[in-house]
Write a protein that binds this ligand. Structure first.
Ligand SMILES: Cc1cc2nc3c(=O)[nH]c(=O)nc-3n(C[C@H](O)[C@H](O)[C@H](O)COP(=O)(O)OP(=O)(O)OC[C@H]3O[C@@H](n4cnc5c(N)ncnc54)[C@H](O)[C@@H]3O)c2cc1C
Ligand code: FES
Ligand code: FES
Length: 1336
C-alpha cells in the first residue's frame, strides 16, 4: 500500500443546506446509514441495500468548475460511499419540504393524488421526481416514467403516483391522444353529461405551483471550495478499509501500480453490491472520481468519439444524443445502438452514477454495453506506469466471469466509439425478465457491413451477453455470413450454425436454457428483418417484404385513465366524510419522510442489534455450534440459542410443533438456528459470519410437490368437498378433458422488511415492543409464552407497517420472540430488522400450487362436472397452510354453477422455508386452476372463453357447492358493465384484425370474473374492539384493533368516528394500535379489517354521542368543544369502548356445508396485451376493472386497494418467479433477482369503475371488504397472454389446448408461441441432467 497511510482527511459536504464535517469518515459507510443512523434523517428508507428498489433515493448536486454549472442527479444512497461525497451537496426528502415549514409541490401532489398507501416507497418516489424537476421543470410523461422506473412500490399499482406526477407535465405533453389541446385531467373529459361533473379523486386546482426559485440553493462555500482549493489527495481510514482519492492521473497510475488489487470505485454499482452481498473486503479503495482525464470527451482523428471511462452512463447517453444530429445518419449507427442500450441499463439512479469504464471492466456476462461496444469495433485506451496502449474490445478482451485481458494495474482512461461507415448497420437487442430496471436475460450487439450498393456482406460481428460467463462472440456464425449475400439462404444457414456454436448446457447457471438459446436466434432474425428493410429502403434489394412480417416496438406511453365512483348523496352533510375520496391520513407524513416506521424509532442508550444465523442445509442434523469466534469479534455481546429461552421453545399450530430456534435438526435452508447480538448492525452481521455450524445431512430432502406426493409427505388433514356426483356425471357428458397447471409462489416483498424493537422496561419483567405486525395480540402472546411471563407484561405497539400483505401475521411473532429473548437476557433494548435477502430467505410467501383437473362438458359449453385437485407446497412447517387448503376448496366454484363439483386439496410438507398467508390466502391459486380449466373447455370447443364463462355463471338465486345461498346479481352486473366499459366486442374484432396483420406480434384479451368470500370462516376471529377518548379540548383519540399497513384502515376509522361524532376528521387522531389499549385483537386480514373495526369504532362513538345528548339538548347551538367541556364538568365519562360481535360463520367439513363467509365481493376485469412472439416481451395495453364494493367508505382508498391488488396479481401471474437451487437454497433474494411489477408494468390504459347503486347489509355503511379480492383479476393479463400465444401457435398450425404455467413470464410466453426459432431448440431430456433450479 502506498501514499495511503497516516492521518485521514476531513470529509466536507452538505446535507439539506447544512455543512457536514466528518473527521473519521469510514469508507465502509454508505450515505444511507450515515443519514439514518448518524444524522437521524430517517425519511430516506432502506429497502434492499443494492440499488434495486429506489427507497433510498436522494439528490446529489455538484459544482463543475470547468463549465461553472451545477449538476443535480438522483442516486441510491445505499450504494453511495460517504467518502465519495467530498464537495457535494446532498438533498434528502427532509430537505425539500416538511409539515413544519412548507411542503414541496412534489410531496403535495403525490400525497393528494393518493400516491401513497404504506408510504415506505414514497420518499424515494418524491426524490426521484424532485431530481427530475430540478433538471426539467416541465417534463414529458416519458421523462417521468424513466425517472420512476427504478422506484418500486408494492402497494399502489403506480397509477396514482404517475397521475400525481403527471400534473407537472406541460398540458400538451400529458395527453397526446386526447388531441384538441384538451388536458387529460380536464374534468369534462370524464363526464358523460355536459354540465354535470363526475366526482374526481383529487382536484389539481388545489395544488401549489412549482416554483424553482424556492429550491435550496447550492452552497456557495462548495463553489468556492471547487474553484479555489488546490487539488490534493484525500484519504480516509475506517475500521477495516482505507479510501484514497487521487487528484491527478499520474497519482492514480502510481497508486494503482503499487496497489494493483485495490479496485477503482466510480459509481460503486459493482463493487458496492459485491462488498455487501458477497462479503468481499477491500482493504484499500481507490476513488478516481476527481481525475479529470477520465471524464474528458474528444472527437478523434480516426473518426468517432473518445469518451472518458469515468463518464456516467447518463452522460455518455446525452453526449451521444447530442452528436447524432450533428452527423449523417450513416455515421451514427453505433451511437444510436448505444443510446438505446444506455436507456435500458438499470434505473435512472444507477445510470446517473454507473460509469462507462466500470461497466466494461466489471465484465458482467450480461452487460448491455459490452456486446454493442465489441460488435461496434470499439477500443479502450489503457494507461499503466510504463505508458499507454489501445486494446480492442473484442472476443479476446473478456476472459472469464468478471475478468478482462487487462493487467490488474492497468487503468482504462477512455473508450473509443467509432463512426459507422456507409453500408454499415449496427443494432442492439435485449430481453429482460422485466421491461425496465432489470438485467437482461440475453442482450446483443450486431453489426454488418456491406460492399457498396450491394447485399454482399464484407464484415459482420455478433456478440451476445447472458449466454455464459462472459460476453461471447458468434464468430463461426459470422464466418458463415461474411462474403455472402444477405439473403434467406445465408441467414437460414446462419441460424443453424449459431445454434451449434452457442450451446448452453441444460444445467447452465441462470436456467432458462431453451429460452436463452431461442433468443439468440430471434435476435438474429430481428436483425435480419431490420437489415432487409434498410436494404430495401436504399434500393439495394427489391425482395418482397410484407407488412405482416415487420415488427414495430411495443407501445409504451401510459395514458390518462378513468376512476369512476358514485358521488355521495346530495343530502349528506358536507362535514360527513364517509363515501368521499379522503386522502390517506398519513399521506403528507409519508411524502415528507416524517412518518415513523419501526426502524425509524431513535436508538435508546445501550441498544443492541440482533442478526440471525440460519441453516445452510435443507435437511440435516446439527452436529456442532461454535460461537467462540463470533464472541471474540468487536462489538459482539452474545449469541442467543434455544437453550437461552426461558419459556416455551416451541410453538404449536394445528398440532404440529415449530421450534423458535433449531436445536438438533434443521428442515430447510434459512431455518433460524441462533442469533448474534452486538452493539451495531455491522458488528452483529460480522458476528453471524463468525458462528460456525457443522451438520450431518439427512437423506432424501423433499422439495417439489411431486416428491411430496410420491412420499406421501403431507400436513394432515387433507380436505375434500363435493356436490352432486362427479363420477356419475362424467359418464353423461359430451366431452371429457384432463389438464392442469402449475402456479409458482410469491414473495410478499413488503417494502419495509420485518422489523422490531424490544425494550425491557426494567421492572417486573415488563417489555415494550415496537413491531411491524398485522397481529399485535399474537406477537404479545408469543413473547409472553417465550419468556414465560403473563401477557400483561408485554405491550406491543404498532404505529404503521411499510406493507405486509399477510406476511406479517404469523412470521413476525417468531422473530419478535427471539428478539425478546435477547432483550431479556442482555437487559438491553434489542432491535432486529431483517435484510431484504434474509427476509426473503426466511419468511416464506405464497404457496406454489400444482393443480390438476378432469372436466366433463357438453357441446353447448355447459360444464356438467369437474374434479379438481390441489397440492400446495407448504414448506417445512404447517403455519397457516391448512387454512389455506380450506379456503382454496371454498373458492373452486368462482363464478360458476357447476352442478357436480369436487375439490381435493393437500398441503405438502417439504424441506423449503415455510409458506404463509399472502393477500388472497389461497383464493388466487384456487381460481387460477378453475379459470384455466374453463379456458381449456373453450379451446376444446373452439369457442371464445368469455362465452363459456357466461354460459356457466351463477344466475338468479344461487347456492354454492357448500350450500351457501347468495344472489349473483351484482356479479353479473359487474361482468356486463365490464364488457360495455371495455368495449369488449369491438376490441375482439380489432384484435382478430391485428393478429391477421402481424406475424410476429399478437394481441390477446381476456375477461375474468371474481366472487370472493369476505370474513373469517373461523368464527371467533370475526370480532373487534375499539377505545375512543374525547379529551377536554375536544380532540378525539381513536384506538382500534386494526393495524395500518397502507390499506388505509386508520383513514376509514377516522371517517367513521367523524361521521358518528359529527365532527370534522381533523379533530380525530389515531396514534397507533397497541395491546394495552385494545386487547385480544384479531389479525388485520381476510379483507375484514374495516368491516369489523369500523363497527367497533361506530359502537364506541355512538355510546359517546349518546352520553353527550343531554348536554347538546341543553345547549343545541353550542360548539363541540363547549359540549365536551360541559360533559367533563358534569362528570360524564368521555371515554368509551366499542365492540363488534361479528357473524357466526362456520364450515362443517364432514357435512361439506357451512356459512364460512359474511358475503361476497364481486368484480370483473378485462385486459388486453400485445405480445412479441419472438421474445415473449409483452405490454398490457388496457385493463378495465368493474368492482362491486357496496357503497365505498372511501373511494380513493378502495380504488387504491383495487389497483394495488391488481398489479400485485399481475406480478404473481406474469412476472414474479422464486427460484430454488437443487439443494433447496432460494436464489432470488433481492430485487435484482426477483422482479415485482414496476412503473413499466402499469397497463397503458388502466380504468377502474366501482359498481353504482350497490348495497351490503352485512358491513359498515353498506360497504364491502376489498383488500384481497382483486388480486386474482391480475390473471386477466395471464389469460390475455395465453390468448395471444394461441394466435401465434395458429400461425404454425398448432391448435387445441396447450400448457402455460404461471407466471407467464417472457420465457414461458415466448416458448408457448412456438415460433420456428423456439422449435429449433432441442429440448433436453428430463432426468438426463441436474437443472439449475427446481420446479417446486
Ligand atoms: C441495480 C443495478 C442494476 C443494473 N442494471 C444493469 C443493466 O441493466 N445493464 C447493465 O449493463 N448493467 C447493469 N448494472 C451494472 C452497472 O451498469 C455496472 O455495475 C456499472 O456500469 C459499473 O460501473 P461503476 O462505475 O459503478 O463501477 P464500480 O463498481 O465503481 O467499479 C466496477 C469495477 O470496474 C473497475 N473499474 C472502474 N473504472 C475503471 C477504470 N477506469 N479502469 C479500470 N478499472 C475500472 C473497478 O476496479 C471495479 O472492479 C446494474 C447495476 C445495479 C447495481
Ligand atoms: S435501499 Fe437503496 S435501492 Fe433499495
Ligand atoms: S406505498 Fe409504495 S410501497 Fe407502500
Amino acid at each position: 500500500m502506498s501514499n495511503v497511510t497516516g492521518k485521514g482527511d476531513v470529509l466536507r459536504f452538505f446535507i439539506n443546506g447544512k455543512k457536514v464535517t466528518e473527521n473519521h469518515a469510514d469508507p465502509e459507510t454508505m450515505l444511507l446509514s450515515f443519514l439514518r443512523e448518524k444524522l437521524r434523517l430517517t425519511g430516506t428508507k432502506y429497502g434492499c441495500g443494492g440499488g434495486g428498489c429506489g427507497a433510498c433515493t436522494v439528490m446529489v448536486s455538484r459544482y463543475q468548475p470547468a463549465t461553472k454549472t451545477i449538476i443535480h442527479y438522483s442516486a441510491n444512497a445505499c450504494l453511495l460511499p460517504l467518502c465519495q461525497l467530498h464537495g457535494a451537496a446532498v438533498t434528502t426528502v427532509e430537505g425539500i419540504g416538511s409539515t413544519k415549514t412548507r411542503i414541496h409541490p412534489v410531496q403535495e401532489r403525490i400525497a393528494k393524488a393518493h400516491g401513497s398507501q404504506c408510504g415506505f416507497c414514497t420518499p424515494g418516489m418524491v426524490m426521484s421526481m424532485y431530481a427530475l424537476l430540478r433538471n426539467n421543470p416541465q417534463p414529458t410523461m416519458e421523462d417521468i416514467t424513466q425517472a420512476l422506473a427504478g422506484n418500486l412500490c408494492r402497494c399502489t399499482g403506480y397509477r396514482p403516483i404517475v397521475d400525481g406526477c403527471r400534473t407537472f407535465c406541460q398540458e400538451a405533453n400529458c395527453c397526446q391522444d386526447n388531441g384538441a389541446g384538451k388536458c387529460c385531467l380536464n374534468v369534462e373529459e370524464n363526464t358523460d353529461e355536459p354540465g354535470h361533473e363526475k366526482p374526481q379523486l383529487f382536484d389539481k386546482e388545489e395544488f401549489l405551483p412549482l416554483d424553482p426559485t424556492q429550491e435550496l440553493i447550492f452552497p456557495p462555500e462548495l463553489i468556492l471550495m471547487a474553484e479555489t482549493a488546490k487539488p490534493q489527495t484525500l484519504t480516509f481510514h475506517g475500521e477495516r478499509m482505507s479510501w484514497v482519492s487521487p487528484a491527478s492521473l499520474d497519482e492514480l497510475v502510481q497508486l494503482k501500480t503499487s496497489n494493483p488489487k485495490a479496485p477503482l470505485v466510480m459509481g460503486n454499482t459493482n463493487i458496492g453490491p459485491d462488498i455487501k452481498f458477497k462479503g468481499v473486503l477491500h482493504p484499500l479503495i481507490i476513488s478516481p472520481t476527481r481525475v479529470k482525464e477520465l471524464f474528458e470527451v474528444t472527437q478523434t482523428q480516426q473518426g468517432g468519439c473518445l469518451g472518458g471511462s469515468g463518464l456516467q452512463s447518463v452522460r455518455v447517453r446525452s453526449l451521444l444524443e447530442k452528436l447524432v444530429p450533428q452527423f449523417p445518419e450513416e455515421k451514427t449507427e453505433l451511437f444510436r445502438a448505444l443510446i438505446q442500450q444506455l436507456g435500458n441499463l438499470g434505473s435512472q439512479q444507477i445510470r446517473n452514477v454507473a460509469s462507462l469504464g466500470g461497466n466494461v471492466m466489471s465484465a458482467y456476462p450480461n452487460s448491455d454495453l459490452n456486446p454493442v461496444l465489441a460488435a461496434g469495433n470499439c477500443k479502450v485506451s489503457v494507461i499503466l506506469n510504463g505508458g499507454r496502449r489501445e486494446v480492442p474490445l473484442n472476443q479476446d478482451f473478456f476472459v472469464s466471469f468478471g475478468k478482462t485481458i487487462l493487467k490488474p494495474e492497468e487503468i482504462v482512461v477512455s473508450v473509443f466509439i467509432p463512426f459507422s461507415r456507409k453500408g454499415e448497420f449496427i443494432r442492439a437487442f435485449r430481453q429482460a425478465p422485466r421491461k425496465e430496471s432489470s438485467f437482461a436475460t440475453v442482450t446483443t450487439g450486431m453489426r454488418v457491413f456491406f460492399s457498396e450498393g450491394s447485399r454482399m456482406v464484407q464484415d459482420v460481428d455478433v456478440y451476445y451477453g447472458g449466454l455464459g460467463p462472459t460476453t461471447v462472440s458468434a464468430a463461426k456464425t459470422c464466418a458463415a455470413i461474411v462474403t455472402r449475400p444477405w439473403d434467406n439462404e445465408t441467414l437460414s444457414r446462419a441460424y443453424d450454425i449459431l445454434l451449434d456454436e452457442l450451446v448452453l448446457p441444460p444445467s447452465a447457471p441462470g436456467g432458462k436454457v431453451e429460452f436463452r438459446r431461442s433468443l439468440t436466434l430471434s435476435f438474429l432474425f430481428k436483425f435480419n428483418l431490420e437489415i432487409l428493410l434498410k436494404l430495401r429502403e436504399m434500393n439495394v434489394i427489391t425482395d418482397e417484404f410484407p407488412e405482416k412480417m415487420q415488427i414495430q416496438p411495443l407501445p409504451r406511453e401510459i395514458q390518462p385513465s378513468v376512476q369512476e365512483f358514485q358521488d355521495v348523496s346530495k343530502r349528506q352533510s358536507d362535514q360527513d366524510p364517509v363515501g368521499r375520496p379522503i386522502m390517506h391520513r398519513s399521506a403528507i407524513s409519508h411524502a415528507t419522510g416524517e412518518a415513523v416506521y419501526c426502524d425509524d424509532i431513535p436508538r435508546t442508550n445501550g441498544e443492541l442489534f440482533l442478526a440471525l444465523v440460519t441453516s445452510s442445509r435443507a435437511h440435516a442434523k446439527i452436529t456442532g455450534l461454535d460461537m467462540s469466534e463470533a464472541l471474540q469479534l468487536p462489538g459482539v455481546v452474545d449469541v442467543i440459542t434455544a437453550k437461552d429461552i426461558p419459556g416455551k421453545k416451541v410453538r404449536t399450530m394445528f398440532g404440529y410443533p415449530e421450534e423458535l430456534l433449531a436445536e438438533s435438526e434443521v428442515s430447510c435452508v434459512g431455518q433460524i438456528i441462533c442469533a448474534v447480538v452486538a452493539d451495531t448492525r455491522a458488528h452483529a452481521k460480522r458476528g453471524v459470519a463468525g458462528v460456525k455450524i457443522s451438520y450431518e445431512d439427512l437423506p432424501d430432502p423433499i422439495f417439489t410437490t411431486e416428491e411430496a406426493i410420491e412420499k406421501s409427505s403431507f400436513f394432515e388433514p387433507r380436505r375434500v368437498i363435493e356436490r352432486g356426483n362427479v363420477a356419475d356425471a362424467f359418464k353423461t357428458v359430451d366431452h371429457l378433458y384432463e389438464g392442469g397447471i402449475r402456479m409458482g409462489g410469491q414473495e410478499h416483498f413488503y417494502m419495509e422488511t420485518q422489523s422490531m424493537l424490544v425494550v425491557p422496561v426494567g421492572e417486573e419483567m415488563e417489555f415494550n415492543v415496537y413491531v411491524s405486525t398485522q397481529w399485535p395480540t399474537s406477537t404479545q402472546g408469543a413473547i409472553a409464552e417465550t419468556l414465560d411471563i403473563p401477557s400483561n407484561r408485554v405491550t406491543c405497539h404498532v404505529k404503521r407497517m411499510g406493507g405486509a400483505f399477510g406476511g406479517k401475521v404469523t412470521k413476525t411473532s417468531i422473530l419478535a420472540s427471539i428478539t425478546s429473548v435477547a432483550a431479556w437476557k442482555t437487559n438491553h433494548a434489542v432491535r432486529c430488522v431483517l435484510e431484504r435477502g434474509e427476509d426473503m430467505l426466511i419468511t416464506g410467501g405464497r404457496h406454489p400450487v400444482l393443480g390438476k383437473y378432469k372436466v366433463g362438458f357438453m357441446n353447448d359449453g355447459r360444464i356438467v362436472a369437474a374434479d379438481i385437485q390441489y397440492y400446495i407446497n407448504a414448506g417445512n412447517t404447517v403455519d397457516e397452510s391448512l387454512l389455506v387448503v380450506e379456503k382454496i376448496l371454498l373458492h373452486i366454484d368462482n363464478a360458476y354453477n357447476i352442478p357436480n363439483l369436487k375439490g381435493r386439496a393437500a398441503a405438502c410438507r417439504t424441506n423449503l422455508p415455510s409458506n404463509t398467508a399472502f393477500r388472497g390466502f389461497g383464493v388466487p391459486q384456487s381460481i387460477m386452476i378453475v379459470e384455466n380449466m374453463v379456458n381449456d373447455v373453450a379451446v376444446v370447443l373452439g369457442r371464445p372463453a368469455d362465452q363459456i364463462r357466461e354460459i356457466n355463471m351463477y344466475k338468479g338465486p344461487s347456492v354454492t357447492h357448500y350450500k351457501f345461498e347468495f344472489s349473483p346479481e351484482n356479479m353479473l352486473r359487474c361482468w356486463e358493465e365490464c364488457k360495455v366499459k371495455s368495449d369488449y366486442s369491438a376490441r375482439c374484432r380489432a384484435i382478430d384484425q391485428f393478429n391477421q396483420q402481424n406475424r410476429w406480434k399478437k394481441r390477446g384479451m381476456s375477461i375474468i370474473p371474481i366472487k370472493y368470500g369476505i370474513a373469517f370462516a373461523e368464527s371467533f376471529l370475526n370480532q373487534a374492539a375499539a377505545l375512543v377518548h374525547i379529551y377536554k379540548d375536544g380532540s378525539v383519540l381513536v384506538t382500534h384493533g386494526g393495524t395500518e399497513m397502507g390499506q388505509g384502515i386508520h383513514t376509514k376509522m377516522q371517517q367513521v368516528a367523524s361521521c358518528e361524532l359529527h365532527i370534522p376528521p381533523s379533530k380525530i387522531y389515531i396514534s397507533e394500535t397497541s395491546t394495552n389499549t385494545v386487547p385480544n385483537t384479531c389479525p388485520s386480514a381476510a379483507s375484514f379489517g374495516t368491516d369489523a373495526n369500523g363497527m367497533a369504532v361506530q359502537n364506541a362513538c355512538q355510546t359517546l354521542y349518546q352520553r353527550l345528548e343531554p348536554i347538546r339538548q341543553k345547549n343545541p347551538k353550542g360548539s363541540w368543544e363547549s359540549w365536551v367541556t360541559a360533559a367533563f364538568f358534569e362528570k360524564i365519562s368521555l371515554s368509551a369502548t366499542g365492540f363488534y360481535r361479528g357473524p357466526d360463520l362456520y364450515m362443517d367439513w364432514d357435512k361439506m356445508e357451512g356459512q364460512p363467509y359474511a358475503y361476497f365481493t364481486f368484480g370483473a376485469c378485462c385486459s388486453e396485451v400485445e405480445l412479441d412472439c419472438l421474445t415473449g416481451d409483452y405490454r398490457t395495453v388496457r385493463t378495465d376493472i368493474v368492482v362491486d364494493i357496496g357503497r365505498s367508505v372511501n373511494p380513493s382508498v378502495d380504488i387504491g386497494q383495487i389497483e394495488g391488488a391488481f398489479i400485485q396479481g399481475l406480478g404473481l401471474f406474469t412476472l414474479e418467479e422464486l427460484k430454488f437451487s437443487p439443494s433447496g437454497l432460494l436464489y432470488t433474494r433481492g430485487p435484482s433477482q426477483y422482479k415485482i411489477p414496476a412503473v413499466c408494468d402499469l397497463p397503458l390504459h388502466f380504468n377502474v369503475y366501482l359498481l353504482s347503486d350497490s348495497h351490503n347489509p352485512h358491513a359498515i355503511y353498506s360497504s364491502k371488504g376489498i383488500g384481497e379480492p382483486i388480486l386474482f383479476l391480475g390473471s386477466s393479463v395471464f389469460f390475455a397472454i395465453k390468448h395471444a400465444a394461441a394466435a401465434a401457435r395458429l400461425e404454425c398450425g398448432l391448435i387445441g389446448p396447450f400448457s402455460l404455467d404461471s407466471p407467464a413470464t417472457p420465457e414461458k410466453a415466448c416458448l408457448a408461441c412456438a415460433s420456428p426459432f423456439t422449435q429449433k431448440i432441442p429440448a433436453s431430456k428430463p432426468g438426463s441432467f441436474k437443472p439449475w433450479a427446481l420446479n417446486i
